[in-house]
Design a protein around this ligand. Structure first.
Ligand SMILES: O=C(O)c1ccc[n+]([C@@H]2O[C@H](COP(=O)([O-])O)[C@@H](O)[C@H]2O)c1
Ligand SMILES: Cc1cc2nc[nH]c2cc1C
Length: 334
C-alpha cells in the first residue's frame, strides 16, 4: 500500500462517516504525502514576503498606485502594521521580508533579507526584464532564503507595484491564455486603465513571442520577486516542505516552477481564489483547487496566512482523532 492509500485508510477509520470532513480530508492526505509521513505535523511555519520593483510599472504606469508603495509597504510590514503582519502574528507564523530588488536602501534589521541584485527589473516592452544571469541569481537567492529558515512549511507572500503585469504575461505565455483573459485591475485600475495596461502588455508579449523555455519566459517578463519565489518553491519541494501559495502573483511563480518540473506541484497548497482576473485560469492549468474564496486580491501572503489554520486542523484530524475501534463507536452498517 502506498502512503496516499495508508493516509486515506487512516482517515476512513476515524469516528466520522466516510468522507464527511470533505476537502479537509484531501488536504490532510496531501500534507501527509508532501511531508512523507502518515503522522503529518507542521512546525515553525515561515511567511516569506518577496518584494521587487518593476521596470514596466515605472515606464508605463500600469498600476493604480505609485512605485514608492513597494518600499513603503516593506517598511510597514517590518513595523508590524500591514495585513500580513497582523495575520502572521495572529497565527504564530514567523515573518521574513526579502528585498529581491526594491529601489530603496533599507537599513539592515531583523526580519529583512537584503537584496543581492540591482533594484528594479528593466521594462519588458523594450527588452527582457532581466538577464539570464540575473534570473538565475534571483532564483538562487530564493533557494538560499528557504534553506536558511527552519520548519517544514513555507507560506509565499509578495509585494511589488506592477507585478500583476508580470504575472499576467507569465500566465499568457505559460498557461496559454489570451491577455483578455488574464489582464485585470490589479491594485484597482478602472476599465480604461485595464485597457491601457493590456495594450502595454500586448507589446511585451509580441516582443518576447519566441521565448519558449520557462526560464527564458521568466527572464523576459520578470520580476525579481517572482523569480525568487520560483527558487523558494523548488527548494521547499526538494526539502519536502509544504508550500502555501497565496494569490495571482505567487501562483504565477508556481506556473514557472511547474513548467520546469511538474513534481513541485504536490507540495503546493493553494490558499484562495484571487479576485484578480486570470487566477482561475492559472489554477485550472495547474489542476489546483484553492481552499478559500473570499474575494481577496491583496497579496503579501494574506490569503496564505488566513488559510493556515485549515492546514493545522487537517494535520490534527489525521493524528489525533479517535478511530471507531479506539472509541468503541459502531462502524457503518454492512
Ligand atoms: O494576490 C493577488 O491576487 C493580488 C492581486 C492584485 C494585486 N496584488 C498586489 O498588488 C500589487 C500589484 O498590483 P499592480 O496593480 O501594481 O500590478 C502587488 O503588491 C500585489 O501584492 C495582489
Ligand atoms: C497599499 C498597498 C498594499 C499592498 N500590499 C500588497 N500590495 C499592495 C499594494 C498597495 C497599493
Amino acid at each position: 500500500m502506498n502512503l496516499e492509500q495508508t493516509l486515506r485508510e487512516r482517515l476512513d477509520a476515524k469516528t466520522k462517516p466516510i468522507g464527511s470532513l470533505g476537502r479537509l480530508e484531501d488536504l490532510a492526505v496531501q500534507l501527509g504525502v508532501a511531508l512523507g509521513t502518515d503522522e503529518p505535523s507542521l512546525d515553525h511555519p515561515q511567511m516569506i514576503v518577496f518584494a521587487g520593483d518593476h521596470g514596466v510599472a515605472a515606464a508605463h504606469g500600469v498600476s493604480a498606485y505609485p512605485r514608492d508603495v513597494t518600499w513603503q509597504m516593506v517598511k510597514n510590514i517590518l513595523a508590524g502594521g500591514a495585513a500580513v503582519s497582523v495575520l502572521a502574528r495572529q497565527h504564530g507564523i514567523a515573518l521574513t521580508v526579502v528585498d529581491c530588488g526594491v529601489d530603496h536602501d533599507f537599513a539592515p534589521q531583523p526580519g529583512l533579507v537584503l537584496r543581492k541584485v540591482t533594484p528594479g527589473t528593466a521594462d519588458s516592452t523594450q527588452g527582457p526584464a532581466m538577464t539570464a544571469a540575473e534570473c538565475a541569481q534571483a532564483i538562487q537567492h530564493g533557494r538560499e532564503v528557504v534553506r536558511a529558515l527552519p520548519g517544514n512549511a513555507v507560506l509565499l507572500g509578495e509585494l511589488g507595484i506592477g507585478n500583476t503585469s508580470a504575472a499576467s504575461l507569465l500566465c499568457a505565455a505559460l498557461a496559454g491564455c489570451t491577455l483578455d483573459d488574464c489582464v485585470g485591475p490589479g491594485t484597482g485600475l478602472d476599465a480604461a486603465g485595464v485597457l491601457r495596461k493590456r495594450g502595454v502588455l500586448q507589446r511585451a508579449l509580441e516582443l518576447h513571442k519566441h521565448a519558449s523555455e520557462p526560464l527564458q519566459v521568466l527572464a523576459a517578463y520578470g520580476g525579481f520577486e517572482i523569480a525568487a519565489m520560483v527558487g523558494a518553491i523548488q527548494q521547499a519541494a526538494q526539502e519536502r516542505r509544504v508550500v502555501v501559495v497565496d494569490g495571482f502573483i505567487s501562483t504565477s511563480a508556481v506556473l514557472v516552477a511547474h513548467a520546469v518540473d511538474p513534481k513541485v506541484l504536490p507540495s503546493c497548497v493553494f490558499s484562495h481564489r484571487s479576485g484578480e482576473r486570470g487566477h482561475e485560469l492559472m489554477l485550472r492549468h495547474l489542476g489546483a483547487k484553492p481552499l478559500l474564496d473570499l474575494g481577496l486580491r491583496l497579496g503579501e501572503g494574506s490569503g496564505a496566512a488566513l488559510a493556515w489554520p485549515l492546514l493545522v486542523s487537517a494535520c490534527l484530524i489525521m493524528r489525533d482523532m479517535a478511530t471507531f475501534e479506539s472509541a468503541r463507536v459502531s462502524g457503518k452498517t454492512p
